[in-house]
Write a protein that binds this ligand. Structure first.
Ligand code: KG4
Ligand code: ZN
Length: 357
């Protein structure tokens, strides 16, 4: 096999059109030569969330330009690419199909391997783009579409320890923001509002906090926020509600992470364990701080991939493609887009797991 592999990654599973060129660095870390992401937040803002048809149309309009930009920025000729990695699921079918069709066309016309990547595997392996991280490690994925605890045993080898049984945590942030009159996506604004409020002002429920193992639930919390928001008397209370909501999420994530850590430690007798926290919500400073403290107290090294690699991007897809290709895993050109595609196929079906939106 060629010594250093260079892959084109393509990501169109939701509302980001992204392409990236990544090279396999001999030290086992991915070298990002370009990482181009075009977000559609503006297109979806007036609807308060992602509209699949609008997202798909925007992908169609932008994808060629974004791929060309990624090649140009990386100073790579498309003929020098060793393979094409593309997100094939989970996600919105109409969106996934855009990236997948383009990837298949490039692979067929250049006679290069196609690697169909699970978006969640992209997130799971993303810390390896910046740091040498040894398997196994514990992963908490907290984004707008996913909330899961995974035991990452190796490439293509995952055990789901827990998942949300209803909303994703980012979704809970966005819905709370909407109730407070904040534009989509509201997570970062909730963090700002929370700084001005009293986190103990409202007592909010922590659904299934003492049951369901590592599974999580946010629907009851959302209903409680809805009820309070209807009775709010002044602007001040908005800040208190944002602060109380954020504190409740911190507590839920911390409590469930503690439990996930204990399960992980039951399986492995490592001197030092690793806890990777990825996804857009991982950029919340209060949540970060809480999970860092928890990790230190439980003999885990916390790792947060940088924000641009935490949110949706194609560098993580290119890297997952390289890792899979090195294990001899590639796919035929008839590989389908999958709306639902859990990383751990053996885990029981639960709504909210392995499904985006
Ligand atoms: O990973 P991501 O960029 O996209 C996917 O959903 O795949 O995550 C976006 C989510 C949104 O729900 C957004 O509101 C949330 O992450 N988010 C935050 C913060 N920044 C982004 N939530 C809480 N605090 C933040 N600072
Ligand atoms: Zn994602």
């Amino acid at each position: 096999m060629k010594k250093q592999l260079t892959f084109l990654g393509i990501e169109t599973s939701c509302d980001e059109t992204a392409a990236s060129i990544v090279r396999d660095n001999s030290s086992g870390i991915g070298e990002i030569l370009s990482n181009v992401v075009s977000s559609q937040v503006d297109e979806h803002r007036e609807f308060g969330g992602v509209v699949p048809e609008i997202a798909a149309r925007a992908h169609v309009e932008k994808i060629d330009f974004i791929i060309n930009k990624s090649l140009k920025e990386s100073k790579t000729n498309i003929n020098d690419i060793d393979g094409i990695a593309v997100t094939a699921g989970p996600g919105l079918i109409v969106c996934l199909t855009v990236g997948l069709s383009v990837a298949k066309t490039i692979a067929a016309s250049l006679d290069k391997p196609l690697i169909a990547v699970n978006h969640l595997e992209g997130h799971a392996l993303s810390p390896k783009l910046v740091k040498k991280v040894n398997f196994p490690y514990l992963l908490l994925l907290i984004s707008g579409g996913h909330t899961q605890f995974l035991e990452v045993r190796g490439v293509n080898s995952y055990v789901r320890l827990g998942t949300t049984i209803d909303d994703a945590v980012g979704e809970a942030f966005d819905k709370t923001a909407k109730l407070l009159g904040i534009e989509f996506p509201g997570g970062p604004k909730i963090e700002e509002f929370a700084k001005k409020g009293n986190e103990n002002y409202f007592k909010l429920p922590k659904p299934i906090i003492n049951k369901g193992g590592c599974n999580l639930s946010f629907a009851g919390l959302k209903t409680a926020v809805l009820k309070i928001s209807k009775k709010m008397k002044n602007e001040e209370e908005k800040y208190h509600l944002a602060a109380s909501f954020q504190k409740t999420i911190e507590d839920i994530l911390s409590e469930k992470s503690k439990f996930a850590m204990s399960l992980f430690k039951e399986n492995y007798n490592n001197k030092k364990n690793t806890f990777v926290i990825a996804g857009g919500v991982a950029s919340n400073n209060k949540i970060r701080k809480k999970l860092i403290d928890l990790s230190i107290n439980n003999n885990f090294e916390p790792i947060f991939p940088p924000i641009n690699l935490c949110s949706d991007n194609a560098a993580m897809i290119a890297w997952a493609g390289i890792e899979r290709f090195k294990l001899g895993l590639s796919n035929k050109l008839d590989f389908p887009a999958k709306a639902r595609w859990p990383l751990d196929e053996k885990a029981p079906f639960l709504k909210g797991a392995g499904i985006k939106l």
